[in-house]
Ligand binder design. Structure first.
Ligand code: ADP
Ligand code: 5GP
Length: 205
């Protein structure tokens, strides 16, 4: 029985607001127990029902600035007037424990991660159509009309970046989308470059 340690992967999930990232991530986490979710820090105020420490760590702009300047964030970016960032310590610790860490982040942050960590796995979640994206945003009922218009404009800009990602998954049915992301992560964990140590074990045993 091989017992070589495998460091967890970084699984970067992006896509326009309302594409269904949180929904797909939730389903993926039900499918496998070797993944965990990185809770980001943000200067955005909480939406009704959001919990500090579960959905986000809600911080003041000044606290955010201190975290960024202190090197405590793996990446950070501004999105529709608010700042968002990934706490470095949590991600690095869980990867060392063998867990793959899921980052739900926008395209600028994803670019920073992919430049700094070339073996990160990046997936763009695409809605089936623009009209369906608008329907989901309105149905979610968490943003004002003006915010929804802003997010739809931003969505077009984001979808134009989808080709920079390793994979594109269309979220028509959320279970099917989660199964595709699950398959992508499984395949990425089997990359030969990450498993050459297993070959060595066979050769010396
Ligand atoms: P994001 O995290 O990308 O902003 P959410 O996961 O919050 O998106 O989904 C936005 C809204 O669309 C939610 O109300 C969610 O229940 C709904 N939704 C997500 N995936 C689907 C889907 N495949 N079909 C229909 N509605 C969906
Ligand atoms: P929302 O306000 O809808 O929760 O998130 C807005 C956008 O910010 C989404 O595209 C989400 O993926 C992104 N986001 C959330 N956390 C982070 C983060 O830590 N870093 C970056 N770069 N983007 C984030």
């Amino acid at each position: 029985m091989m017992n070589s340690f495998e460091k967890g992967k970084l699984l970067v999930i992006s896509g326009p607001s309302g594409a269904g990232k949180s929904t797909v991530i939730g389903r993926l986490m039900e499918l496998r127990d070797d993944v965990c979710f990185s809770v980001s820090v943000t200067t955005r105020p909480p939406r009704p029902g959001e919990e500090d420490g579960k959905d986000y760590f809600f911080v003041t702009p000044q606290h955010f600035q201190e975290l960024a300047e202190g090197g405590y964030l793996l990446e950070y970016a501004e999105y529709v007037g608010n700042r968002y960032g990934t706490p470095r310590g949590y991600v690095e610790q869980r990867q060392l424990e063998g867990k793959s860490v899921i980052l739900d982040i926008e395209v600028q942050g994803a670019g920073q991660i992919c430049r700094n960590c070339p073996d990160a796995v990046s997936v763009f979640i695409l809605p089936p159509s623009g009209a369906e994206l608008e329907r989901r945003l309105r149905h979610r009922n968490t943003d004002s009309d003006e915010k929804i218009r802003e997010r739809l404009l931003q969505a077009k800009r984001e979808c134009a970046e989808a080709g920079k990602y390793g994979y594109i998954v269309v979220n028509d049915d959320p279970d099917a989308a989660a199964r595709e992301v699950n398959a992508i992560l499984t395949a990425e964990k089997c990359r030969a470059a990450d498993r050459l140590n297993l070959v060595t074990e066979v050769l010396i045993s």
